[in-house]
Design a protein around this ligand. Structure first.
Ligand SMILES: Cc1cc2nc3c(=O)[nH]c(=O)nc-3n(C[C@H](O)[C@H](O)[C@H](O)COP(=O)(O)OP(=O)(O)OC[C@H]3O[C@@H](n4cnc5c(N)ncnc54)[C@H](O)[C@@H]3O)c2cc1C
Length: 358
């Protein structure tokens, strides 16, 4: 079987890698360098508790499945690529800043509620006015930039064809079926096609309206700070409902803004100031840490904020998008689900069907 994939982010690369491991002939095209869009801009949190709370839904089930796949996925990527991706299962501390948030935490079944004194034992830097916290031992994180590079290496070492700097201009379809993808240099014909172009997934005019996924870009800005000489980093992710702090190597990542700004990826002073203020309100000691990097990225958003995974209204065109804030968390489950769907080894999850918007 021959598969052509548009987009070499975490989604396209991990689906391509799994398909290649199953014996398919796979080409992944990217208009730029692999894994330099949202996958690069992400914070790399693998956080079911922080993102899903303890809700019961198809998305939460999918998130838990994916989180459970992550340890082996990480091991496989490192073994196949020879690269480290710094997958860490250090847990996360979710901090309540209001009485209402603390009430919610005390009733949750997916973590350990900690009163302010107990929370401060975990993180002595916490602000004095916190109401309590929820310790979530199952939350993990990965160095998402290293992950993107390692996935690209693993895919190529497995025999996949990775084509950077070649934009897909058109998705040709005929009589309700995909027939080829067109770049400035060639037509590529395949047995199945995957559109995994992140925030740009909805931007292919050549598709009929009913097959064009309603994906929109949702901008996020982040900053990274480094401690002044001698200070240590927190040992795990810390977050409240306005900001998250992710220790990554020798820096602390602070994220993220959420704004609807089209495809604008500018980095603004206002966002940096806002993120700093929110972080300092949670850990006041950060006020004398230095900002060492600022960046932004575009999350692939969907109208109901659920992922869009499965075959589109055009036969043989599969969509892998709409992961919004959770594309790193979802990566192993998306790779597993989409590769099995394409190989006709599983059924679609109807809540995520690309055809639900018809
Ligand atoms: C600031 C921020 C923080 C985040 N934090 C987290 C987090 O902590 N945990 C988490 O799970 N998720 C997080 N996310 C979300 C996560 O990063 C995304 O959901 C995920 O990276 C999407 O992956 P993707 O492969 O679908 O898209 P992308 O990584 O954006 O890749 C899409 C690729 O498609 C390519 N492309 C586009 N158009 C074309 C074309 N015409 N032809 C060829 N190639 C094309 C692009 O160049 C790009 O490389 C965050 C996102 C942002 C922005």
């Amino acid at each position: 079987m021959k598969v052509a994939i548009v987009g070499a982010g975490v989604a396209g690369l991990s689906i391509g890698w799994r398909l290649r491991q199953s014996g398919a002939e796979v080409t992944v095209l990217d208009r730029a360098q692999p894994a330099r869009a949202a996958t690069w801009a992400s914070a790399g949190m693998i956080s079911v508790a922080g993102e899903m709370e303890d809700e019961v839904s198809d998305e939460a089930t999918f998130a838990k499945r994916s989180s459970g796949l992550w340890p082996d996925f990480a091991k496989d990527i490192e073994a196949a690529s020879g690269r480290k991706i710094a997958y860490r299962t250090d847990g996360a501390l979710l901090v309540a800043r209001t009485d209402a948030a603390w009430d919610r935490f005390r009733n949750r079944v997916d973590g350990v509620p900690l009163d302010p004194a107990a929370a401060r034992l975990k993180d002595p830097m916490l602000a004095p006015d916190i109401k309590g916290a929820l310790w979530s031992p199952d939350d993990a994180q990965v160095d998402n930039r290293a992950l993107g590079d390692a996935l690209a290496v693993a895919f190529v070492k497995a025999g996949g064809e990775l084509v950077p700097n070649e934009a897909v201009a058109r998705l040709e379809n005929w009589d309700g079926r995909m027939s080829s993808i067109v770049t400035p240099f060639r037509h590529i014909e395949a047995d199945a096609y995957v559109l995994a172009a992140g925030a740009w997934t909805g931007a292919f005019d050549s598709l009929p309206r009913e097959a064009s996924p309603p994906v929109r870009p949702v901008k996020g800005e982040m900053i990274a700070v480094a401690p002044p000489g001698g200070s240590g980093l927190p040992q795990h992710v810390i977050r409240d409902d306005r900001v998250y702090l992710v220790p990554r190597h020798d820096r602390l990542l602070i994220g993220a803004t959420v704004s609807e700004a089209g495809f604008d990826t500018s980095v603004t002073d206002a966002a940096a100031a806002d993120l700093s203020a929110r972080a300092i309100s949670l850990l006041p000691g950060l006020s004398d840490w230095n900002v060492v990097e600022r960046w932004s990225g575009l999350r692939p958003g969907s109208p109901d904020s659920l992922p869009i995974l499965g075959e589109s209204a055009v036969q043989n065109l599969f969509i892998a998008s709409g992961q919004y804030r959770n594309g790193i968390l979802f990566a192993p489950a998306i790779a597993e689900h989409l590769s099995r769907l394409i190989l006709k080894q599983t059924a679609e999850i109807s809540a995520f069907s690309p055809r639900r918007f018809d």
